[in-house]
Design a protein around this ligand. Structure first.
Ligand code: TYD
Length: 209
């Protein structure tokens, strides 16, 4: 495989989608083919799974929720991520397996020792070479989410979770970073978009060199 697989992770409201767009533009200027994608929901089947997961009409059991995210992922890897990497593209993926570790295993307190193997199966062998973890205190992320919803953006079922859930999710990301400090690089996401982008470019420059 000749491409480069980069994931962007963090709690809701951490600003990673803005950073994905800025990073993609910068990498394209340097001549890279960049594929921007996200989870859940960036395939035809995935859009249906996303509606089930985030719509809020049905509240799934924690294990059902996990399985739906994994089903979305496998389809995404097969249809979007692997073909792009095989072409030699840089793939910038907004959320991936670390989100499942943080939200489902840490956030919902599922048994990681049993379930980690399922996360590996769902990836079809496609592990990110670099993960950018946009770290922000939960209170600051809540503030950003509130202004987005006030600006008309629809709130998802996860946005409605209480603060303690998002604290566990942040702790989950922190534990992944501690366990895999080479793959998972922490970005301080508390500044403005331009200062965060400077940190991101330094990391991308180092890893893609
Ligand atoms: P989305 O609207 O795409 O939010 P964001 O822009 O923050 O990524 O909603 C995705 C939600 O799904 C988000 O709250 C995180 C959650 N999620 C999980 O719980 N597990 C997962 O494996 C993934 C990929 C996402």
């Amino acid at each position: 495989m000749s491409g480069y697989f980069i994931t962007l992770e963090g709690i809701d409201g951490c600003g990673k989608t803005t950073q994905r767009r800025l990073s993609a533009g910068w990498l394209r200027e340097q001549g890279h083919e960049v594929v921007e994608t996200f989870e859940p929901g960036d395939t035809v089947l995935g859009r249906e799974i996303r509606a089930l997961l985030l719509g809020g009409a049905h509240v799934p059991a924690a294990e059902t929720e996990l399985l739906l995210f994994l089903a979305d992922r496998t389809q995404h890897v097969r249809e979007v991520i692997l073909p792009a990497l095989e072409r030699g593209a840089v793939v910038l993926c907004d959320r991936y397996t670390d989100s499942t570790r943080a939200y489902q295993l840490a956030g919902r307190a599922l048994d990681a020792s049993v379930l980690e193997a399922m996360l590996t199966i769902a990836e079809l062998g496609t592990v990110p070479q670099l993960t950018l973890w946009f770290d922000l205190p939960v209170a600051a992320a809540f503030e950003r989410m509130r202004s987005r919803v006030a600006g008309g953006e629809a709130a998802s079922r996860f946005d409605a979770e209480h603060q303690a859930f998002h604290e566990r999710v942040r702790q989950g990301f922190s534990a992944i970073h501690a366990a895999q400090p080479q793959r998972v690089q922490r970005v301080d996401a508390s500044g403005d978009a331009q200062s965060i982008q400077q940190q991101v470019r330094a990391l991308l420059g180092r890893y893609l060199a």
